[in-house]
Design a protein around this ligand. Structure first.
Ligand code: ATP
Length: 230
């Protein structure tokens, strides 16, 4: 069962600079309704990753507001904010340990049944079962059991385990084979379904599926709407 939010996410007139005097976001407004999937698109350097960083409060705003389910995130306890936000990065870190421990990273007390269900939804279970030691296979970030695409599937499995209220997903751009591509698509559909999501989108299919497309350019929203409107 998904945990949902009632009031969505709002960025209101967000100004932000990493360094004084060098503003990167110039008054960004984005509204995400509960359960919506928003695709963030825009050229390199337009500010997509910066928006993602701010949603997770890695930095403070210069001015403006970000609200999460009705509460300004700067008023929230960092622990509870991060507990509610799940991030799937393009190049996720895996740590030394078993595959199972890596999937249970955010929820070590989870049962093996929960872990397997998450891996199935993330379309990585079948691959894990081809390994001699299955979920007990030892991995580290350096060894090469997983391809780049499969690492993203592992990260999706992890995120499904923690059942976050808000999902932030940086879609992998690396060239993956068509089978992995289809698995990533299915895994993304599963983790996004019914969950309020921000996706830094690189694939056309993701953009077409979005409830809302937000186009960033030079730190400003230049267009917003669904794909029919744009
Ligand atoms: P890409 O598609 O290449 O990931 P992006 O749209 O995510 O690009 P950002 O990474 O948000 O863009 O970068 C926006 C601007 O902020 C760029 O000019 C970048 O150089 C600058 N920037 C990003 N991170 C930092 C940082 N840690 N310190 C200083 N400037 C930064």
């Amino acid at each position: 069962e998904l945990t949902t939010i009632d009031q969505g996410i709002q960025l209101k007139d967000v100004h932000f600079s990493y360094q004084p005097g060098k503003e990167i976001l110039h008054g960004v407004n984005i509204n995400v309704d509960p359960g919506q999937m928003v695709a963030l698109v825009g050229p390199t350097g337009s500010g997509k990753t910066t928006v993602m960083n701010l949603l997770n409060r890695f930095y403070d705003l210069d001015s403006g507001q970000i609200t999460f389910d009705g509460t300004e995130i700067k008023e929230m306890d960092l622990f509870s904010l991060r507990e509610n936000v799940g991030i799937v990065l393009q190049d996720p870190q895996l740590f030394s340990g078993t595959i199972g421990e890596n999937i249970k990273f955010g929820k070590p007390e989870a049962s093996d049944d929960e872990m397997i269900a998450a891996a199935q939804q993330a379309r990585i279970h079948d691959f894990i079962m081809t390994l001699d030691d299955g979920y007990d296979t030892m991995i580290s970030d350096e060894n090469t059991i997983f391809s780049a695409g499969q690492k993203q599937l592992m990260s999706i499995a992890r995120t499904i385990m923690t059942n976050p209220k808000l999902l932030i997903l940086d879609e992998a751009t690396s060239n993956v084979d068509t089978v992995t591509e289809a698995q990533i698509q299915a895994a993304m559909d599963n983790v996004i379904a019914g969950r309020t999501s921000f996706v830094i989108a690189h694939r056309l299919k993701t953009i077409l599926n979005a409830d809302k497309i937000v186009v960033l350019r030079d730190g400003q929203v230049i267009e917003e709407g669904n794909h029919q409107a744009l």
